[in-house]
Design a protein around this ligand. Sequence first.
Ligand SMILES: O=P(O)(O)OC[C@H]1O[C@](O)(COP(=O)(O)O)[C@@H](O)[C@@H]1O
Ligand SMILES: [Mg+2]
Ligand SMILES: [Mg+2]
Length: 320
Amino acid sequence: MQSLSQFLASGSTSESLQEVLSVTTQTCIEISNALKKGSLAGILGMAGNENVQGEEQKKLDVISNNMLKSALLASPVVRAIASEEEDDIVPAHTDGEYLIAFDPLDGSSNIDINSMVGTIFSIYHQTGTAPATEADFLQPGKNQAAAGYVLYGPSTMLVFTTGNGVSMFTLDVDKGEFVQTQPTVEVPKDTQEFAINMSNQRFWAAPMQSYVTDLISGKEGPREKNFNMRWVAAMVGDVHRILCRGGIFIYPWDNKDPSKPGKLRLMYEANPMGMLIEQAGGKAFTHTDRILDIQPEGIHQRVAVVLGAANEVDTCLSYK
Ligand SMILES: O=P(O)(O)OC[C@H]1O[C@](O)(COP(=O)(O)O)[C@@H](O)[C@@H]1O
Ligand SMILES: [Mg+2]
Ligand SMILES: [Mg+2]
């Protein structure tokens, strides 16, 4: 089995992109090791701060953010970073070539119950002669040079794309390196499994209410088949399941909190996952637009997300 470094060196990935991927994934191995210690290392629980989006930070949100931030800022190929846990972008090297946006710990509410969490990253190639600014990050997701995540589950897995399909790697804990365990990934076009937080049902728009009502009506309803439901409460876990066995994941628009009509972040969650899903043959939309075409207006922008099995995404969006 190929190690990550062998895989990267054998393809067409530039040396500088290999460096960014290597720094990011090595740091994720360190995060994985920290997570394995859990309570023993005193790293669970609240940090006592809020992030820029008004969310309570867990200690591990802060720890994983600091680990990625310091490792990436030290790399000469990095031009700047943006993180869900940082108010503003952080410029690194003016002559660096890459902008990296990341969600250092996705699924924070799972940390204290020892359930799945992950790190999601999105990489853009961008050069310039002045220090990077927020405007440099405001590019549509279709410009991503690479995107991926590390899932900290029963095993630690790396899933990423550089625009030539998706491959999966598993952490060999004895060697401390990722090895390729699945060279190609394809999301089947049809599915009988959906993921949505049903507790928000009353806050959704009418078309989403109708779509989900039809799903749960099963064989006796208009869809004439039974659907199963799963919700990991960590997008990284739900998307991983879809890449492994198919399905549709939805975090729709809702009117629960008018300041957050979509919960998921465009730059740190929707764009990287959108690229992975498209590269695996699926679709990724808001209620109206292809996610990767959205021109971002701010680094912490939130969007509605409907992604996964191509035909099921089409069916969901056909409800008006
Ligand atoms: O609280 P809910 O509605 O179950 O939301 C879960 C969603 O929120 C998120 O946890 C948000 O991510 P963070 O943990 O990075 O804030 C997604 O991963 C997940 O899909
Ligand atoms: Mg997240
Ligand atoms: Mg997070």
